[in-house]
Design a protein around this ligand. Structure first.
Ligand code: DOR
Ligand code: ZN
Length: 427
């Protein structure tokens, strides 16, 4: 199956930005030529007209909960990967808080096998730092890497014990695996269900202070500096965390960090109606924090935009606010929300694309880019396509998004994985 993508603006940050035609065959980008310069003796089976569109390396989401094995009523590897390609993502990093926890090669291999069978996005599993993510004993990093794990994390839970985190960073360093840290001091966060502050007081809900996140960011930066291991901070939500990471990077500490679209789009004000679709961990913060997140993205302190796609069923969301599960789905809203940063002048288009392609790829050590001979994982987007987001039309098995009914701008029209069209926007 040979595919010709013609007339689009091809952007691969640091490598190319211009009008090129792509010829794809056998999963690879065979030729990248100036428009009209058709390669000789090549028969094409499908022509994709990308006139007026952006042709990008496939988007990569390095923080996704696929819930499979164990919680398939929320999401399965198949539905999650379908949602991914619908949102323009060609690869996702799957978090290990499944049942059983992904702390062994059987689960890692299962995730990759199921993703291959589904045939949508690629899945790169992150395995657990500790056995059962219980923070008591390290899992077998060499074995997990050999099975296909690309990172280690106990995400959903912090590694509370400092000694454990130190050993994890040291042990992972030997395998060149990043440690993705969910930063939360449980004693400071205890009992809270939204950001600590006036809104929580008004609603009568117990709060989670900024310091519960930033104190752990600071601890982990200290341990990263001590060990020289690779540290990646997950879902940054506070101004103080951004500042700590900025200072650490200035000192040359090998730390990277991500934030999620909800932290640069929403604030705690989204919770005024006790809307559990605005409940996640860490919680939505204040406008001051949101602005600091934008600043951190703009100056490069925050390397990656990742969704923390966290599907939950209505059973877990249509309950009292303090009882509701943490998390929102994100795979099918991340692209327009991130493009908004470009229209708002927070990020250049180049920087936005980097944070959703080459930066996560380099942290995880996975392929990306649009090069002759490279893998044909490609997203073709219309940055100007406007539509109303309807939660019940999403491909994810879950519906827990605070963006239902929002007018969105920017849509993936075609998603190609390994040279195959795995998503095409209905015309
Ligand atoms: O909101 C969240 N949801 N935060 C987490 O840390 C875990 C995640 C989940 O697994 O639902
Ligand atoms: Zn997560």
């Amino acid at each position: 199956m040979a595919i010709h993508i013609k007339g689009g603006r091809v952007i691969d940050p640091g490598h190319c930005d211009g009008m090129f035609d792509l010829y794809i065959e056998n999963g690879k980008i065979l030729k990248m030529v100036t428009p009209g310069a058709a390669p000789k003796d090549m028969s094409v089976d499908q022509v994709i007209d990308a006139t007026g569109m952006l042709v990008l390396p496939g988007l990569i989401d390095m923080h996704v909960h696929l819930r499979d094995p164990g919680f398939e009523y929320k999401e399965s590897i198949e539905t999650g990967c379908r949602a991914a390609v619908h949102g323009g993502f060609t690869a996702v990093c799957a978090m290990p808080n499944t049942r059983p926890v992904n702390d062994n090669r059987q689960v890692t291999e299962y995730m990759i096998r199921m993703a291959n069978q589904a045939g949508f996005a690629r899945v790169y599993p992150a395995a657990a730092i500790s056995v059962g993510s219980k923070g008591q004993a390290l899992s077998e990093y060499g074995d997990l890497k050999d099975a296909g794990a690309v990172a280690l994390t106990d995400d959903g839970l912090p590694v509370e014990n400092g000694q454990m985190m130190r050993r994890a960073l040291e042990y992972a360093k030997g395998f060149n695996l990043p440690i993705i840290s969910h930063c939360e001091d449980m004693s400071l966060a205890a009992g809270g269900c939204m950001n600590e502050g006036v809104v929580a007081t008004r609603l009568g809900l117990p709060g989670i202070p900024n310091i519960s996140e930033s104190i752990m960011v600071m601890r982990d930066i200290g341990l990263c500096e001590l060990t020289g291991g690779r540290l990646h901070i997950a879902h940054v939500s506070t101004e103080e965390s951004v500042q700590a990471i900025r200072d650490a990077k200035k000192r040359g500490v090998p730390v990277t960090a991500e934030t999620a679209p909800h932290y640069f789009t929403l604030t705690e004000a989204a919770i005024v109606d006790f809307d559990t679709h605005a409940k996640m961990n860490p919680p939505l913060r204040t406008e001051k924090d949101r602005a600091a997140i934008c600043q951190g993205l703009a100056d490069g302190t925050l390397d990656v935009i990742a969704t923390d796609h966290a599907p939950h069923s209505p059973l877990e969301k249509n309950v009292e606010f303090n009882m509701a599960a943490n998390g929102i789905i994100g795979l099918e809203t991340a692209l327009p929300l991130s493009l908004k940063l470009v229209t708002d002048g927070v990020l250049t288009l180049d920087a936005m694309i980097r944070k959703m392609t080459i930066n996560p790829a380099s942290i995880l050590g996975i392929p990306t880019g649009i090069r002759e001979g490279g893998i044909a994982d490609i997203t073709i987007i219309d940055p100007d396509r406007e539509y109303i987001l309807k939660a019940d039309e999403l491909y994810s098995k879950s519906r827990n998004t605070p963006f239902d009914g929002w007018t969105m701008r920017g849509k993936a029209l075609y998603t190609l994985v390994n040279g195959r069209v795995v998503y095409k926007e209905p015309s």
